[in-house]
Design a binder for this molecule. Sequence first.
Ligand code: GDP
Ligand code: MG
Length: 210
Amino acid sequence: MDSTSQSRRKRTLLKVILLGDCGVGKTSLMNQYVYKKYSEHYKSTIGADFVTKELQVDDRTVTLQIWDTAGQEKFQSLGTAFYRGADCCVLVYDVNVPRTFETLNTWHDEFSRQADLDNPAAFPFVLLGNKIDLAIGQNLTVCEEKVKEWCESRGNIPHLKTSAKENYNVEDAFLCVAKIALENEHQEDIYFPGFSESVSEPEQRSSCAC
Ligand code: GDP
Ligand code: MG
């Protein structure tokens, strides 16, 4: 095995955390992705901090460990265990409710502070505008231009519109999460030889950017 494949096999567990206002569909997105289930009246499972799902990213098997909240996001007091060691932070808003987009600043700052990020602009975030099924045929309530600007101002965060209800873009969203987290891992790996990888990186990134 050469050093490149050793580096690829080194760590395949990625901790992903879902953040955003209560009611935007975080739990629904996670359930749709992991269990292929959607319910209007989902009750969070008491005691379950995270769920895992395996997926294939190119030639690599990756396990996503997805951390959801059990309603504590109302108080923005999720505790350091929630944030510690995160590889990607997924920020979720409801495309039909502007307030849920406005509060993303708070969630982004909260995460950057709690996870103790030296350089938040380099950390992999993914933005999901959920409940797109409710917005079909109308102008989006949350201004697309504003969202684009916000993503750019926060270090070019990839943005996808999803529907947990219709299972639209959910698989792609988490694939994007896995890819962007793996890209970051490569950048942090000071021993990684990197040459061939850095050539293919822009291609991978553009597949999930908005
Ligand atoms: P959370 O508080 O962010 O975890 O949000 P939930 O997943 O509990 O969802 C809140 C409500 O929005 C529930 O009634 C869901 O059924 C509903 N919901 C979630 N995702 C969607 C979606 O994509 N489309 C529609 N129409 N409703 C959704
Ligand atoms: Mg929830």
